[in-house]
Every structure is written in C-alpha cells, then in structure tokens.
Design a protein around this ligand. Structure first.
Ligand code: ZN
Length: 210
C-alpha cells in the first residue's frame, strides 16, 4: 500500500484498541509508526525492500522494551507498526519476509495461492481510498483531527513523513502515486504541514513574549 493506506489502516486498528484498553493515543505517533517499515526504501543498497523491516519478529523485538515500560499503552502502537506488513502489504503485493530471521521465505496473500493485488491496481486504489475516507471520518468524529492543530511538541515527529514520503509522493513527474490517491496524500501533507507550523509559530511567539 501507499502511505495513505498504511496510515488509515493503522488508525482504524489502533484507535478502537486504544479505546477498548482505555489508554490515551498519540495519533501522529501511531501514523508515523505505520510508515516505518518502508525505511528500507531509503536504504535500498543495504537492505532488501519488504525484508527485515517488514518482519513481525523484528517488530516484536523492537517493542519488547516498550511493552516492559508502557505495558498495555504500547499495544495500539505495536498494531500500527505491524499492520503495515502483516495486513496492508500482505494483501497488496506480498513478497514479504514476514518471519525474518526465522525464515527468509516470502509471504503474502499471493504466495498463499490467492489473488494477486498489485499496488497500482484499481483494487488497491479503491481499497486505499475507502480506508482513507473511513479513517478521516472517524478521526473527525472522535476529535482526533483537532490534535493536529494544537501546539504539541510531539507533533514535530510529522516532519519525518512529510520529508520522506508525502512530499516525494505528490511532487515530480511522473507521479509516485496513482492519480486518485494524490488528493488523500495532499490531505495528509497539508494536515501534517499545518501541524508542524503551529508548533513552530508557538515556539517563536513564546520567544517574543519573553
Ligand atoms: Zn512496506
């Protein structure tokens, strides 16, 4: 999936679980975690795409200290991270080293002998658009969109997806994402951009006020 699908899916999984466990959820952090496995795209020469960073084993190992310290509070974030490979990329594209280093075998819906959904296929575009619409509606209804406009230092983490995924996806020719997914990517780009600016302006205002 593209960034939009990963973030929407992580939210739609993490949000209800956080509610069920009665824990506060840092939505920007959850969304950023859902994109982390694709750091392998940035280090293309050293590490294979959909390899170790897409492994459930890696995710569990990385999260052990967070489970020890934060206990059930870490569960929604773990799901956000794991949903990237175990759900989204599993359905779309496949070809994942899901259990690396236990096995180097590739996994995915396709590898299990089922239908192959290519990332640029209409099926995936429709799937990501639907996830985006539902996630945005739930975010709005739950009041989670408001958090992006508040002056919270932790929102600065949104610089990471802006610089690494969202900007590169929507600028340049040919487009990195299918036309129908440009608008949802722009939505997140503007939302995250505004969020970062709110913190920046808050910082300068505080300096001036002193
Ligand atoms: Zn991926």
């Amino acid at each position: 999936m593209f960034a939009v699908g990963h973030m929407a899916l992580a939210y739609l999984l993490g949000k209800p679980v956080a509610k069920l466990l009665k824990v506060n959820l840092n939505v920007p952090l959850l969304l950023v975690l859902s994109l982390i496995p694709d750091v392998d795209l940035l280090f293309g020469g050293f590490i294979s795409h959909r390899g170790p960073t897409h492994s459930i084993v890696t995710a569990v190992l990385v999260f052990v200290p967070f489970f020890v310290v934060y206990r059930k509070k870490a569960i929604p974030y773990f799901l956000g991270l794991v949903s990237h490979a175990a759900v989204a990329d599993f359905l779309v594209g496949g070809d994942l080293q899901l259990f690396w280093p236990l096995t180097n075998a590739d996994f995915g819906l396709h590898e299990l002998g089922s239908y192959y959904i290519a990332i640029n296929s209409p099926v995936n575009v429709a799937l990501e658009l639907s996830l985006f619409v539902v996630a945005t509606l739930v975010m709005f209804k739950a009041g989670d969109l408001r958090g992006f406009f508040q002056n919270k230092k932790s929102n600065l983490i949104l610089v990471v997806p802006i610089a690494t995924v969202l900007l590169p996806s929507v600028v340049g020719y040919p487009l990195a994402v299918p036309v129908l997914l440009v608008l949802p990517h722009l939505f997140y780009l503007v939302l995250f951009g505004v969020s970062v600016l709110v913190v920046f302006f808050g910082f300068f205002k505080k300096k001036k006020d002193r």
